[in-house]
Design a protein around this ligand. Structure first.
Ligand SMILES: Nc1ncnc2c1ncn2[C@@H]1O[C@H](COP(=O)(O)OP(=O)(O)OP(=O)(O)O)[C@@H](O)[C@H]1O
Ligand SMILES: [Mg+2]
Length: 254
C-alpha cells in the first residue's frame, strides 16, 4: 500500500464571499495548507464537522475546481505507463443525478455511449448492475421506482462503468437507513477489492469511517488536523479536536 496515487502540497482554496453584505476582499479559506498523500488501493476516510472543507477537498482532487494555491500531483505521471489516473464521484443525492425518463439500465449505459455502441454499452451496464446486486427483473424500471439503497447501487454501477481507479464517495450512505447503510458499505468494500480501487470516503460519521477506512484524515475549519491509520486514530488520537470527535460517537460513550 505504499505506491502513491495523489500528492497534495500546501493546498489552499479560497471562495469569494457570495453576498454584498460581506466585507470586501474577505475571502473564506475552505481548504488551508493541506498536505496529504493518498496511496493506491487504500480507503482514506475524510471526517470533520459540517463546513470543515471535506467536499471542497474532494472537488479539488477530482479536478472539478482549481486550487487557489498549492499543488496536486497524480501518479503515475510518467509517459508510457499503462494506467491513467481516472477519478469518479458518488454523491449522497443520487436521484438528482439521473435522467428520470431512462431505465436504470440506460442510466448506467448512458455515459458509455461516448466511446461504445449502444449494444456494447448496454451489455456492459448489465454486468455492472449485476455486480452491485440489482436483479435482472429491475433493469428496465425507472429510477423513481427504486428505494434509496437500490438507487445508490445504481449510482455506484454508473461510476464503476467508467472504470475509474479513484472514487470520491461524498457522504454516500448518509441519507440511508442504518440497515441499508451496512449493505452499501459492504458492497463498496467488495468492489474496492475486486477492482483495486482507491477511495476517498467523506463522512461526518466516525463509526462508518472506522468500518471502511484504512486511514482516517480529520478536518477542522479548512485544515487537516490529523491523519492516522484507523485503529491508531481510535486508540491514540493525537489532537484534542480528534478526541472531541471520538467522544461524541454515541456507541463509544462509557
Ligand atoms: N462554491 C462555494 N462558494 C462559496 N463558498 C463555498 C463554496 N463551497 C463551499 N464553500 C464554503 O467552504 C466551506 C467548506 O465547505 P464544504 O462544503 O467543503 O464543507 P464540508 O466539510 O463538505 O461540509 P458538509 O459536511 O456540510 O458537507 C464552507 O464554509 C462553505 O460554505
Ligand atoms: Mg460536504
Amino acid at each position: 500500500m505504499d505506491e502513491r496515487l495523489i500528492e497534495v502540497r500546501d493546498l489552499d482554496k479560497a471562495y469569494r464571499p457570495k453576498t454584498f453584505l460581506r466585507a470586501k476582499g474577505e475571502a473564506k479559506l475552505a481548504n488551508q495548507g493541506i498536505n496529504l498523500d493518498i496511496y493506491q488501493g487504500e480507503v482514506l476516510g475524510l471526517v470533520g464537522e459540517s463546513g470543515s472543507g471535506k467536499s471542497t477537498l474532494g472537488r479539488l482532487l477530482l479536478g472539478f475546481e482549481s486550487p487557489t494555491s498549492g499543488q496536486i500531483r497524480y501518479f503515475p505521471d510518467q509517459e508510457g505507463t499503462q494506467v491513467d489516473f481516472k477519478p469518479q464521484i458518488v454523491f449522497q443525492n443520487n436521484l438528482a443525478a439521473m435522467n428520470p425518463q431512462l431505465s436504470v439500465l440506460d442510466v448506467v449505459a448512458e455515459p458509455l455511449l461516448r466511446t461504445q455502441s449502444r449494444a456494447e454499452a448496454r451489455e456492459a451496464a448489465k454486468d455492472y448492475l449485476e455486480q452491485v446486486g440489482i436483479p435482472e427483473d429491475k433493469w428496465s424500471h425507472r429510477p423513481r421506482s427504486f428505494s434509496g439503497g437500490q438507487l445508490q447501487r445504481v449510482n455506484i454501477a454508473r461510476a464503476l462503468a467508467d472504470q475509474p481507479n479513484f472514487i470520491v464517495l461524498d457522504e454516500p450512505v448518509s441519507a440511508l437507513d442504518v440497515s441499508v447503510q451496512a449493505s452499501i458499505i459492504n458492497l463498496l468494500m467488495d468492489l474496492q477489492e475486486a477492482h483495486q480501487l482507491t477511495y476517498l470516503f467523506i463522512t461526518h460519521d466516525l463509526s462508518i469511517a472506522r468500518v471502511i477506512s484504512d486511514r482516517i484524515a480529520v478536518m477542522k475549519e479548512g485544515h487537516l488536523v490529523e491523519v492516522q491509520a484507523t485503529e491508531a486514530l481510535f486508540d491514540n488520537p493525537q489532537e484534542a479536536y480528534t478526541r472531541d470527535l471520538l467522544a461524541a460517537i454515541p456507541s463509544l460513550k462509557v
